[in-house]
Ligand binder design. Structure first.
Ligand SMILES: [Zn+2]
Ligand SMILES: [Zn+2]
Length: 400
């Protein structure tokens, strides 16, 4: 029964409009789960600590298990299964299936279906299961606790995952796996650290609350506060605070711009433990076929956002000023598109060249120098764009 109710958090059908405020059916299992774990985390966890204290080993166990569970959602449910950004050995997939179930965030199949809908219909109040346009409370928790037509169940968008034996095994036996994992985590860590109750509170309750709200915060705060450098027309933001607790998932604007990229933080140094794990495992042959956006694609995305922002600023200018700046900006946009198209064409040519003969090597060298020239043109254009933004007779554009 609990299984049915938990799953039903995202399995909803209906025809009621999103704006309909009629009383909605409540899903009691997720409601009680979120309420009880939240209440215990705020009361029993600190009270037990004040009375008996927690050792550093217990805190270490809490941090490790929070990481294992959280990263099973981010590297498993999210980047592996929802977006297919890489391939993984069956043992790793089994690991992800077990520990993601322990977080009680619904089965992997249901999780991925809802998340694919979120990407497909971002900010559409009728079709995005947790559209942030419907408010923080709705996008953070309420969408799972009450019946909304936007939370309809569909498996049409996860047919590929229905071929994955591990995903389907977890889906069919979700409740015993989820309860068994939580029981095992608390018992094993409790026996190791010498206090089962302390581990129930830290590695059971507090860990689940942290995992829950770090993931849910991406849907709510991650679509409300932060920067939009890569895609300006959606609510998703890069939020450094959520990023810490969400194991790199906080680069949410980048992720919405490039969902097929196994990274969310692009540079190797950008805090994204999920990316570091996936990359490290690829050196051991446990993950492979890692997909990533090219530098050129990323550059183009950021540049386009800058141009769009400049255009929005121009709208606020007096008409006679607008004309002059608009023409300048139009030329810059054309120039940028031209450079990008030329670069793409050179890349295509490069792939077709045989490097094993002298003429092929000469052609490759020629293409390489042309690409270097294009890079320089892009750099100069970026400089001009920045200058232009500074000289616009307006206050600086907001970066939100
Ligand atoms: Zn999102
Ligand atoms: Zn995603």
């Amino acid at each position: 029964m609990l299984n049915v109710l938990l799953i039903s958090g995202v399995e909803r059908m209906g025809t009621v409009s999103a704006s309909n405020t009629a009383k909605r059916k409540r899903y009691w299992a997720p409601t009680l789960l979120f309420a009880s774990t939240g209440f215990l985390a705020l009361t029993a966890v600190p009270l037990y600590g004040l009375e008996y204290g927690y050792s550093w080993q217990q805190w270490l166990a809490f941090i490790l298990i929070t990481g294992l569970c959280g990263i099973s959602i981010s590297a498993g449910n999210h980047r592996l299964w929802t977006h297919r950004t890489y391939k993984a050995h069956w043992m790793l997939r089994l690991w992800f299936a077990l520990f993601s179930a322990a977080t009680l965030q619904n089965t992997t199949l249901n999780w991925c279906s809802a998340h694919r809908l979120h990407h497909r219909y971002t900010d559409n109040n009728d079709l995005d299961p947790h559209s942030s346009k419907r408010g923080l409370w709705f996008s953070h928790l309420d969408w799972m606790m009450r019946e909304y037509p936007s939370g309809r169940k569909t498996y049409d968008n996860v047919k590929d995952l229905q071929q994955d034996k591990i995903v389907m095994w977890q889906h069919r036996h979700y409740l015993p796996i989820a309860i068994g994992m939580n029981f095992a985590i608390c018992l094993i860590l409790g026996l190791i650290t010498g206090d089962i109750i302390a581990m129930f509170l830290l590695a059971g309750v507090l860990r689940m609350v942290v995992n829950h709200h770090a993931a849910f915060a991406l849907n709510s705060f991650g679509h409300r506060w932060g920067k939009r450098k890569f895609k300006g027309d959606i609510s998703a933001r890069d939020n450094p605070i959520i990023n810490i607790f969400a194991f790199g998932e906080g680069y949410h604007n980048y992720h919405h711009a490039f969902p097929a990229d196994y990274r969310n933080g692009v540079g190797w140094f950008a805090y994204d433990p999920t990316k570091w794990l996936i990359k490290s495992l690829s050196w051991l042959g446990i993950t492979w076929q890692l997909r990533a956006a090219t530098k050129l694609q990323i550059y183009r995305a950021t540049q386009e956002v800058e141009i769009e922002r400049a255009e929005q600023q121009l709208e606020k200018l007096a008409t006679q000023d607008q004309q002059y700046w608009r023409e300048l900006l139009q030329r810059e946009r054309q120039d940028f598109c031209e450079i990008f198209d030329r670069w793409q064409a050179l890349m295509t040519q490069r792939r077709a060249i045989d490097p094993d003969n002298a003429s092929g090597r000469w052609k490759l060298a020629t293409i390489q120098t042309q690409i270097r020239e294009l890079k320089f043109r892009l750099k100069m254009q970026s400089e001009r764009l920045r200058l232009m933004m500074r000289q616009l007779p307006l206050s600086p554009a907001t970066t939100g």
